[in-house]
Design a binder for this molecule. Structure first.
Ligand code: ADP
Length: 162
C-alpha cells in the first residue's frame, strides 16, 4: 500500500510506484481523505482518485483506493502487508521515521519500506507543483500528461499580455 495525499500525483510518486512493482505483485495507491480539507488543495478527493485511475488504467497491478482513519487499519483490511513511503531528502526523514515507528507500534505485522526516487525527482513535491501551476508555470516535466491536462483545465493560462 502506497498512501499519501496525491494532490496531484507527480512523476516522483510514479517513480516510487514503478520501483515498488519490482518488489511486490500489487500496489494499492491509497489516497487519504482528510487532506481534502486542506485549503491549499488543488484537486478534491474524487478528482485525485480519477487522475490516479487514468494514469494507471493500463497497469493492472496498480489499484486506487481512498481511506479515512488509521492507515494501518485500512492496510490490514485490504490485506496489505507492506506500507511504502518515499524518502526524498533528509528533511523527509524525521517525520517519516516517527510515523513508521508509530505505525509499527499500532500494527507490528505491517512493514514500512522507504524508497528513494530517481535523482531528478528528489526535489519534487505536489505542493511545489500546485504552487507553480497556480502561477501558470510549466510543470510538464513533473507530472503525467493526463495530470498536466487536468491542471490546465483547473488553472487556465493567463491571457497573453494580461
Ligand atoms: P503526504 O501528504 O502523505 O506526504 P504525498 O502525496 O505528498 O502525501 O506523498 C506521498 C508519499 O510519497 C510520501 O511518502 C512522500 O514522501 C512521497 N513522495 C512525494 N513526492 C515524492 C517524490 N518526488 N519522490 C519520492 N517520493 C515522494
Amino acid at each position: 500500500m502506497y498512501p499519501g495525499s496525491f494532490d496531484p500525483i507527480t512523476l516522483g510518486h510514479h517513480d516510487i510506484v514503478l520501483r515498488s512493482l519490482r518488489l511486490v505483485d500489487r500496489v494499492i495507491v491509497a489516497v487519504a481523505e482528510t487532506a481534502t480539507q486542506e485549503k491549499r488543495a488543488l484537486f478534491d478527493l474524487d478528482e485525485r482518485i480519477e487522475l490516479l485511475e487514468d494514469v494507471y488504467r493500463d497497469e493492472p497491478r496498480v489499484t486506487i483506493a481512498s481511506f479515512r482513519g488509521l492507515l494501518v487499519d485500512f492496510a490490514r483490511a485490504a490485506d496489505a502487508s507492506i506500507i511504502i513511503r518515499g524518502l526524498r531528502a533528509v528533511s523527509d526523514f524525521e517525520y517519516e521515521f516517527q510515523m513508521a515507528l508509530m505505525n509499527r507500534s499500532l500494527s507490528p505485522d505491517i512493514e514500512v519500506i522507504f524508497m528513494t526516487p530517481a535523482n531528478r525527482y528528489t526535489f519534487l513535491s505536489s505542493s511545489l507543483v500546485r504552487e507553480v501551476a497556480r502561477l501558470n508555470g510549466d510543470v510538464s516535466a513533473f507530472v503525467h500528461p493526463i495530470v498536466l491536462e487536468a491542471i490546465k483545465r483547473r488553472v487556465p493560462a493567463k491571457e497573453a499580455g494580461g
